[in-house]
Design a protein around this ligand. Structure first.
Ligand SMILES: Nc1ncnc2c1ncn2[C@@H]1O[C@H](COP(=O)(O)OP(=O)(O)OP(=O)(O)O)[C@@H](O)[C@H]1O
Length: 237
């Protein structure tokens, strides 16, 4: 398994956020990580990226144990955080070159050209990041996440705030990436899960309340679409 999460707990002071979650994500698949506001999605992703420590429990990426701030699993991981922090004052190509140096990517010019091409950033590569539309900024965030060709991608609401055209482009890019990589994608949009996810994990109040391959939705929950199921599982509980 590319992502293994085993009994993760997290509290922020007295505020519980994760209450013993376990799940796995497999290569060549996109896992949709769903939950209402405050369910614990971003907390999980921050722990998996090594940005914050869990209170207890363990997780690994491609067999490498996750440690807060530890560099060991970084080469396996591309992470697009929720607010997509970018080097706003840099030009697109400059930002990618800077990160390519940090990752010590060999043949960096060729790799940057490939990633620009893959993410549809060619027309914007000589623009400053702070001059770009939201859609293009999200593409820069994704380009940064995939630059070092990691096996695992963790994408925290990568399509929030995009217009319908941008949405479609971003979704097809994620779907394409999911054919080779393990993708963990958080979203509030059920159509997005239907369009691109192979597996579904629903989290509510820091607990996993459903986990299944999307293709088994109908057999496991007859007469329920994903949206109806989500509402039934997460409302008033
Ligand atoms: N830094 C923090 N300090 C205190 N509490 C926090 C902190 N970050 C998150 N929380 C709390 O932890 C819980 C889980 O939050 P988290 O951001 O992981 O949820 P989420 O599912 O990503 O929500 P959203 O969909 O709104 O982004 C919430 O109750 C939230 O208020």
């Amino acid at each position: 398994m590319s992502i293994e999460v085993n009994q993760l707990y997290k509290s922020y002071g007295a505020q519980p956020a994760l209450n013993g979650i376990s799940f796995t994500a497999r290569p060549g698949r996109v896992l949709g990580f769903l939950g209402p506001n405050g369910a614990g999605k971003s907390t999980t992703m921050k722990i998996l990226s090594g940005s914050i420590p869990p209170t207890s429990g363990a997780a690994s990426l491609c067999g490498v144990q996750i440690q807060h701030g530890g560099p060991a699993m970084r080469r396996h991981l591309g992470y697009l955080p929720e607010n997509n922090p970018l080097y706003a004052g840099l030009y697109v190509r400059e930002a990618l070159a800077f990160l390519a140096d940090i990752h010590r990517i060999p043949n960096r010019q060729a790799r940057i050209a490939d990633v620009i091409d893959m993410t549809g950033l060619a027309p914007m590569q000589h623009r400053k990041i702070n001059q770009l539309s939201k859609g293009y900024r999200q593409r820069v965030g994704l380009a940064q996440a995939i630059l070092h060709d990691p096996d695992v991608l963790i994408l925290d609401e990568p399509t929030s705030g995009l217009d319908p055209n941008q949405l479609q482009d971003m979704r097809s890019l994620i779907k394409q990436l999911g054919r080779q990589k393990t993708v963990l994608l958080s979203t509030h949009i059920m159509q997005e899960v239907e369009a691109i996810c192979d597996d579904v994990v629903i989290i509510h109040q820091g607990k996993i309340i459903a986990a299944f391959p999307f293709a088994e939705l109908g057999s496991r929950y007859p007469d329920k679409g994903l949206e109806a199921l989500f509402i039934r599982l997460t409302v008033n509980k």
